[in-house]
Design a binder for this molecule. Structure first.
Ligand code: BDP
Length: 668
């Protein structure tokens, strides 16, 4: 009897070990599948990877890779066909062949290969699909919640971590073809000779995976690095400095992608410091990059402290410059007009600019969405943007990365789904959030229906739940100062910029709540084209999800759902909390389909998320109640905190850390 128990125990232990997953593999295959014959007559570093991936992971019929020009296929596009007992993949480029190999493997991993209709023809919608790392040279990451920067600048260029290649592989498997290595708040040092050697060493690792390297640059670099007296973009010496610097870069990295620039924004230097426009600044860099086919991604994230409405400023500054930018400049704009809030209307700049290439910047890292403690699957949010801004009108797409040195890369196991979804949507924005979630779950966790169904529901409802318990109905920027983790709608720091204070955005008073951006207020609604401008301008027709973004709504105003503003607000905050409680139940159903490690980890993080949701609800409702002076409707959960206590919460963390469970419990 004893022997049998021991044996059973050992078997269980073995199974658990075989199952054990620390998240380090992300969605990539476990590399134990392949046994098919893979043939090709093309032998390049990129096709060698495609062949190796298939050899190790593809378990289906023989595969032949062929390079052929084809009118139906764009440069990175490919076709997969099945004739006789062979699969043929065709592309005009090595990169297209690599993407096709990953596509095949994905079909197998998601158990779709037998069902798929052939031939498959794929062309990416955005030619440039790029991650933006906000990584500093000292190893910290601005708004990073998954450890330190992956780039170990001290060890580079001599020591190359094996994770650099896994990073490239994961990106290539979802079609990402570019990476900006460093923070938009850029240190000029990145352009110094020693750092360029380090950048080159990374570019060499990424190249065979079809990933180009780009750098964020500091506009004052010529002054800091070489003591030039000015960084005026029309100054001859400055122009020469950049030309030489660009030449130096291309000598090391012949396929270097170009520059990303944050200029005259949040204290960063820029052309306006010298009386020049954004176009003059961008064009100077663009001219230096042009002979090498490099590009400039010039950010439109600008706002100064004096203007009445921050949400209007990017439009005001960039619209008049439309048509003045060189062809190799792309204006990079965040999806919303303010700053990656849980929900924003789209930035009206996208529909205003007509003569300049544009790209959207999404934030994959969850700066405003619970860091790496909350589950917020972001495909639905990004797809919402594409309902207003057709993907075909954009040249490129950027995602602010959530990747760091944590074993599981992204801090929270579900945060990986946002890296994955960003890549998949960058390739094909018409994929549904549901399709992407399913693909990711099957490759990352399990294909069992009993796992997929509850977790899919959890994922698809997760973003809306966060909006509900943090900032429903168009509320924005109620975040705590600095770290942007918890609620602080009352925050008022003496001497700080008004537009960094929550009250600037919520405008709560005895009459009502919300920012009047209609024609009787800041008139930001006029920046939208018809019929949206009218729709948003009228409180009666403005969709409920944006109403407090565009209007100062009286507390007793009755919305189309029959509830007053105050009742609706209570409804949303309460629904958010109830949703997360439901997520706990959904997750608990998955226990037998997930390895014990990740099951527990997610169970624990959901506890944090519920507690945070209650914290948010209580803080916001108790604070706004001081203005509305209305009672909580009967049906909803009552506050468990007092406003007085919540005002004392001080996480005492820097901008970049994710608060630990212990810290939260101590303070909340
Ligand atoms: C804000 C972040 C800040 C970034 C800035 C930007 O809080 O850390 O530097 O955006 O995008 O969301 O430049």
């Amino acid at each position: 009897m004893k022997k049998r128990t021991l044996l059973l125990g050992l078997i269980c232990l073995f199974m658990q070990m075989a199952f054990a997953e620390d998240g380090s593999r992300v969605w990539l295959p476990k590399q134990n599948g392949g046994n098919a014959s893979i043939t090709t007559s093309i032998h390049t570093p990129t096709t060698a990877i495609a062949v190796k991936e298939l050899q190790q992971n593809w378990d289906g019929p023989a595969v032949h890779l062929q390079k052929k020009k084809d009118k139906q296929l764009s440069a990175e596009g490919y076709r997969i066909n099945h004739t006789g007992n062979q699969v043929t993949i065709t592309s005009s480029t090595d990169q297209g062949l690599l993407y096709a190999a990953y596509h095949l493997i994905r079909l197998q991993q998601t158990q779709e290969w037998d069902k798929v209709s052939l031939p498959i023809e794929e062309n990416p919608v955005f030619p440039i699909r790029i991650l933006n790392h906000w990584d500093n040279l000292d190893g910290t990451i601005e708004r990073g919640y998954a450890g330190k920067s992956l780039w170990n600048w001290e060890e580079l260029p001599t020591k190359l971590s094996p994770r650099y290649e896994t990073y490239a592989r994961a990106n290539a498997s979802i079609g990402i073809n570019g990476t900006v290595l460093n923070n938009v708040n850029a240190s000029p040092q990145i352009l110094s000779a020693p750092y360029l050697q380090k950048v080159k060493s990374l570019a060499d690792v990424f190249r065979p995976y079809g990933i180009k390297v780009y750098l964020s640059v500091n506009f004052a670099s010529p002054m800091v690095l070489d003591s030039l007296e000015t960084a005026d973009p029309l100054n001859k010496e400055v122009i020469r400095w950049w030309k030489n610097k660009v030449k130096e870069i291309y000598q090391l990295i012949p396929d270097f992608g170009g520059f990303l620039v944050k200029a005259n924004s949040e204290g960063q230097p820029g052309p306006c410091d010298f009386g020049r426009t954004h176009a003059e600044g961008a064009n100077m860099l663009a001219d230096a990059l042009k002979p090498f086919k490099g590009i400039v991604m010039w950010r439109a994230f600008v706002y100064n402290a004096n203007d009445a409405d921050r949400a209007k400023q990017a439009y005001q500054e960039f619209k008049p410059l439309d048509g003045q930018f060189r062809e190799n400049v792309i204006i990079q704009t965040k999806n919303g007009p303010v700053d990656f809030q849980p929900r924003e209307p789209y930035s009206p700049l996208f529909t205003a600019i007509e003569h300049t290439d544009q790209m959207v910047e999404f934030q994959v890292t969850q700066e405003y969405l619970g860091h790496s403690n909350h589950i917020a699957y972001l495909a639905p949010m990004w797809k919402e943007f594409f309902n207003f801004v057709p993907a075909q009108t954009l040249k490129a797409i950027a995602g602010v990365s959530n990747i760091g040195t944590d074993v599981n890369w992204c801090g929270h196991p579900f945060a990986q789904s946002n890296w994955y979804a960003f890549g998949r949507l960058a390739w094909n924005p018409s994929l549904t959030s549901e399709e992407i979630a399913e693909e990711w779950m099957k490759q990352t966790f399990s294909s069992e229906k009993e796992f997929i169904e509850p977790v899919k529901q959890l994922m698809l409802e997760s973003h809306e739940a966060v909006v509900d318990y943090m900032m429903p109905m168009g509320l924005h920027h109620l975040f705590a100062w600095g770290h942007h983790y918890g609620p602080e709608p009352w925050c008022d720091i003496a001497g700080a910029r008004a537009d960094w204070m929550p009250s600037y955005y919520h405008k709560a008073d005895k009459k009502g709540l919300g920012f009047n951006r209609s024609s009787t207020g800041s008139n930001a609604t006029a920046q939208y084209p018809a019929p949206l401008a009218d729709l948003y301008n009228d409180m009666k027709s403005c969709p409920e999800e944006y109403i407090l973004w565009f209007h100062h709504v009286p507390w007793d105003y009755t919305l189309s759902n029959g509830r007053t503003l105050w009742e609706s607000l209570c409804f949303h905050y309460d629904r958010g909390v109830q949703q997360v409680r439901k997520f706990q139940q959904l997750w608990d159903q998955t226990e037998s389909y997930v390895d014990a490690e990740r099951f527990k980890e997610i169970q624990t993080s959901l506890k944090t998320q519920v507690r945070d949701a209650i914290w948010w609800k209580d803080a916001c409702l108790l604070y706004f109640q001081e203005f509305s002076e209305m009672p909580f409707p009967n049906d909803y959960e009552r506050p468990i905190h007092t406003l007085e206590d919540l005002k004392k919460v001080n996480l005492g963390i820097t901008n970049y850390e994710c608060p630990t469970e212990e810290l939260l419990n101590r303070n909340r």
